[in-house]
Design a protein around this ligand. Structure first.
Ligand SMILES: [Zn+2]
Ligand SMILES: [Zn+2]
Length: 157
């Protein structure tokens, strides 16, 4: 074998190695993709189980179902806080976003309780009420303190 052949052989070897590397990258990406598919399907199975049995989970699922409910609750609390910042509220019927002063939901047509009904607006002039206010800052109307006693119950809902 001459020097040229040796070099050629070496170059082919390198070429094969490079091909092996690109093959293994391809294979790895196929594996990663399939593993993601698997995760998605597993998640679908979980979602399906949750939607069918959230109210009466069988024993091995009970704790996980409870976890899902707690996470959903935490997400809802955060969403409500976010909507409050944006001057929006959540529809009690469909969960869609509605303007804070909307009377009906634009998504489902459901009746939205007024801010006054929720104890968030002055029943006399309709001005927005902030937590802890004893009198309306717009009209001086004395606000009921039942808001304070309602607060803990509202958090537990
Ligand atoms: Zn709605
Ligand atoms: Zn007022």
């Amino acid at each position: 074998m001459g020097l040229f052949d040796e070099i050629k052989g070496f170059a082919e070897g390198v070429g094969n190695k490079a091909k092996d590397v690109s093959d293994s990258v391809k294979i790895n990406s196929v594996i990663a993709e399939e593993e993601q598919n698997l995760k998605n399907v597993y998640a679908e199975v979980g979602k399906m189980y949750f939607s069918l049995h959230a109210e009466e989970p069988e024993e091995p699922y009970r704790e996980l179902i409870e976890q899902i409910k707690q996470i959903k609750e935490r997400i809802n609390e955060q969403k409500a806080a976010m909507l409050k910042i944006k001057g929006m509220r959540q529809c009690p019927h469909c969960g869609g976003d509605v303007a804070a002063n909307a009377a009906f939901c634009p998504n489902c047509g459901g009746k939205i309780p007024t801010l006054a009904e929720l104890g968030l607006a002055c029943p006399n002039c309709g001005a927005q009420i902030k937590e802890g206010m004893k009198f309306c800052v717009s009209c001086g109307f004395k606000l009921e303190t039942e808001q304070d006693s309602k607060e803990p119950a509202g958090l537990n809902q």
